[in-house]
Design a protein around this ligand. Sequence first.
Ligand code: PMP
Length: 441
Amino acid sequence: MSKIFHRSSTQIPLQAVAGDGAYLIDQNGKRYLDGCGGAAVSCLGHSDEFVKQAMHEQLDQLAYAHTGFFTSEPAETLASNLIAHAPGDLDRVYLVSGGSEAMESALKLARQYFIDKGEPHRHKVIARHQSYHGNTLGALATGGNKWRRAPYAPMLFETFHISPCYEYRHRAPNESSEHYGKRVANELEAEILKLGPESVMAFVAEPVVGATAGAVPAVEGYFKRIREICDQYGILLILDEVMCGMGRTGTLFACEQDGVAPDIMGIAKGLGAGYQPIGAMLCTREIANTIRDGAGYFKNGHTYLGHPMAAAAANAVLHRLKQDGLVDRSKQMGEKFKSALQDRFGDHPFVGDIRGRGLFIGIEIVEDRETKEPFDPAHKVHAHLKQKAMENGLMIYPGNGTKDGISGDHILLAPPFIITDDQIGELIDKLGQTFDEVFAA
Ligand code: PMP
């Protein structure tokens, strides 16, 4: 029995012993095509020579120095390079160890900003149902996934939730996408007015919803209206690009495709590409300067802030993404992949929707395509799909459905950007076999 406190204490987990490009290999030598990058992490596959080399060089130079004493060249370079590519006025970077830390820091920064600005009454956070922002208490409270929140309710940190922008399920039959987008964005304004505009500090959202919905982008115009509302009421827009950022959707940041820039943004996963645990929070110069002129420093800290090894790995990842053209490849291969999935599964009796951007694609499974009725959650269709796929040598990321009309079971596909045409063919064949076996049962 494993002594590691894993999610499931009843199963002995498989042991990954090696990585080879788009494949992981277990202790028995079995190969698994990584169809989901773990959880949309491994954007460069599992044996990138350039990143490995950069990490070796950094290790020979310096492994760690506490940011209370020093900064380091890799951390400074990473911050500058992220800012050079970041949208809008994002101008400062806070380097942490993962996505939850990035989002938790974003919430704390927003709060300190308003205190230092002389608006301490702003403390309420509005987010969306069916979202995930991390597992630490603040990030968990912000997320709108009922299943993840339930065991910890009541939350220590009070948040308010509006509808997600989820066209497949919630756009009315005769409604245009444009009207639908405005209608759900306007829920934010209604919620602000209900709570009292002077008490609200931030709106938090994932541009493309990942784990809790299966790669659901907003419709065109939705985020523009959200940005307008935030500006009108002096509220910060915090975008969570932990999963959908770093090229996953075909642009370095997903919000570029929505034509908006946030005040604060969280990134992680693809930033370290699995080679190191790293995340970052980016904020505007206005926020950074207000804090500089207020308390003087951001009252937050972690031992591994700006970790040199993690930053060196992330610098190499960013080089591969931008200079070596892998963000563009995510876009091109994503288009091919999505259309191949449409060809193969578009008419499948239990496939309700195939959606997403770049190499970030979700398939929603339903019992009835006409009514969009999900399977009974007790059947755990998503878990069976994951299990069968693993038996067939394929990793897919499962998401559970609910019976209350929120969503059906879904799977998330987020393969490495280095995936080849042949490997896309292999992925689709293995997924087809998995569907055949699960749905024949
Ligand atoms: N935000 C989003 C959108 C995520 O998908 C995740 C992780 N699934 C997190 C935050 C939390 O990141 P981490 O697991 O690295 O703490």
